[in-house]
Design a binder for this molecule. Structure first.
Ligand code: NDP
Length: 342
């Protein structure tokens, strides 16, 4: 039987305006980088999209190369939409990107107009869509003139193949230059997608200020630091975890004792707040109103249910933020504050 979404799916989620645009994004969005390729369980992938939608997660983030193999996350997502989401396209914000290696030869990578236009056409076919809501340039290209990349994004909007466009992994100087070029085209830069978590704070050094000044929204990827900022690795490395799998971006060696010791101390702060570690990590990334959405990944539907409960928790007190700051900045300590080793 076809899936019927929860009637009350918009109750728990909050929706934030994306920069100065008319677009609102859920405070928590779902990315399909891992666990949605041909290598993964298709039924589980479908159940995760359904659970996300039931939780009020309206935004699904893809890229041409997500899989494995590359392209298969878009194809699977297209199948899930066709099987279960007929009639719900207008309640969804679907994004994709191009910028990393997708096919052989000089036209399957980086930021030329040739690559970006062809790649989006391929993505639309794989997902069986007429348009995406957001199309991103996935990473800065040191060789293609930025003018050409931005002209390609402007063209894509004018062709109606994307409603909004954005950039990802650009530094604050690159983002400012891109924003100025966008203004000349008349197509706004709606959104930037950088990485950000308690363990990865580079956007605090200029990028957030630039995006705020330019009226660009900010959706942060890997807010759980690929799963490290959760209860996943507190007692070892589970066999079904990302670190145990084939990801080259999170290996068993990355789960060090020093990192887990910090997570354990952070987890104590989370418990005192009545949150799980994952919930506190999300509340923390969303504490800055310049952040439009936290873009999580998941391997099980239950993880999403847990994550969205982050939105029910009260704001951080000054004392809690101070303790967290101390834990993040210190190597090792025996000092305690409010019963937590900082
Ligand atoms: P996260 O930091 O949210 O990590 C997700 C992982 O955390 C899950 O796969 C799961 O690990 C674990 N997890 C999630 N919820 C819970 C929970 N409640 N309890 C315990 N563990 C939990 O983000 P990702 O690294 O997956 O990135 C998210 C998205 O960001 C991607 O899908 C993609 O859309 C985007 N992205 C964009 C990039 C870019 O260059 N623009 C680069 C990277 C990502 P496990 O699988 O072990 O269960």
């Amino acid at each position: 039987m076809s899936y019927l979404p929860e009637q009350n799916r918009y109750k728990e989620m909050s929706y934030n305006r994306c920069g100065k645009s008319g677009l609102k994004l859920p405070a928590i969005s779902l990315g399909l980088w891992h666990n949605f390729g041909y290598a993964d369980n298709f039924d589980n992938a479908g159940n995760m999209i359904k659970e996300a939608f039931n939780c009020g997660i309206t935004h699904f983030d893809l890229a041409n190369n997500y899989g494995p193999p590359p392209g298969s996350a878009e194809e699977n997502f297209g199948r899930i939409l066709k099987n279960d989401f007929h009639g719900y396209r207008d309640e969804m914000i679907i994004s994709t990107k191009a910028g990393y290696t997708m096919w052989q030869g000089p036209y399957g990578d980086w930021g030329s107009k040739k690559y970006l236009v062809a790649s989006l056409d391929q993505s639309l076919k794989r997902m069986n869509l007429d348009y995406v809501d957001i199309f991103y340039h996935h990473r800065p290209d040191p060789d293609t003139p930025l003018e050409e990349t931005i002209a390609a994004l402007d063209l894509i909007v004018r062709q109606g193949k994307a409603l909004y466009v954005g950039i990802s992994n650009y530094t604050h100087l690159e983002a400012k230059k891109a924003s100025d070029l966008f203004k000349r085209t008349g197509t706004p830069c709606t959104i930037h997608q950088p990485s950000y978590s308690m363990f990865n704070r580079w956007i605090e050094n200029g990028l957030l200020d630039t995006l705020d000044e330019e009226g660009i929204g900010c959706i942060v990827f890997s807010p759980l630091h690929k799963g490290i900022l959760t209860n996943r690795y507190l007692n070892g490395i589970p066999a079904d975890s990302r670190a145990s799998g084939h990801s080259v971006f999170l290996r068993k060696e990355d789960i060090t004792k020093a990192i887990i010791d910090k997570v354990k101390r952070l987890n104590e702060v989370a418990s005192n707040r009545g949150q799980s570690m994952a919930q506190m990590a999300l509340s923390w990334t969303l504490r800055d109103s310049r952040i439009t959405s936290a873009l999580i990944g998941a391997s099980k539907p239950e993880q999403m249910q847990e994550c969205i409960k982050a939105l029910n928790q009260p704001d951080f007190t000054a004392e809690e933020l101070k303790i967290i700051e101390k834990i993040l900045n210190q190597q090792d300590t025996t000092e305690t504050l409010m019963g937590v080793r900082i």
